[in-house]
Design a protein. Sequence first.
Length: 279
Amino acid sequence: MANSFKQMKNNGTLKRTDSGMFIKLADIHVQEGFNKRVDDERTQAADDDLFNHLSSGKPVPPLEVRPRDEGGVWIVEGHRRHRAYLRCRDAGKPVEWIAILPFTGSDVERIARIMNSNSQLALTPYEQSQVVKELSGFNLSPDEIAALVGKSRATVDKLLALTQANHDVQTLVKDGAVAVDAAVERVKEHGEQAGKVLAGDVEKAKAAGKKRVTKSFIAPKFSAPKSRKLVTLLAQAEVREIDGQTAYILPAGTQLDVLTILDEYRSTSGKENPDGSEI
């Protein structure tokens, strides 16, 4: 018989008070593979801060949980808080009954919860890509995924594209050396060789004092000064009607400058994001 919050209340696994619902730490379980967070230096530093916060007696939000058929509950949202509670217990702090909230959404909503929570360390772009990859397994459209996780369709498309890239490309994004935008752009341009190209980009970025490879680093945007120069040059042109079409006659000595600027624009304009963002 499936476990439920009602059963756990009746058998004493849960207790209710005026301040909420509580369960013993030993009855809280982590489902393998559910949490998409990478255990890196960033997460470890944030975990240390959370442990210090909790061990000093300061409050944290309740864990969101769902019933576990074998007994107790699975964590839906609050994995880092759970780890902090375990560290407090191991450090000899009085930890027993943990505040929880029932999660009653669907499987899809449960997976999306990790990305739209406001009480956790924000997921990295790589971690986000793993969430949208799992959501895509439910035959959801990119638009449906975007609505679930609170991201734009363009962002979801890029995250899904990353999940299809080779392992070396994903690893560079996972390690924080390359932005998703840059990785997806290189995959479009170089296919199977994208990882090698990006590795070279990483070295160039380091030499330039950059912390990571971004799309604007590998494909610089058309500069505002050159835009203004082009407008100034075109403003000097004489407008004529020739064979029923409008022609701009450039002053002597300006044609080469205009063509050079236009060539540069053509080489960069197709590589910019519609929303100007980078992830």
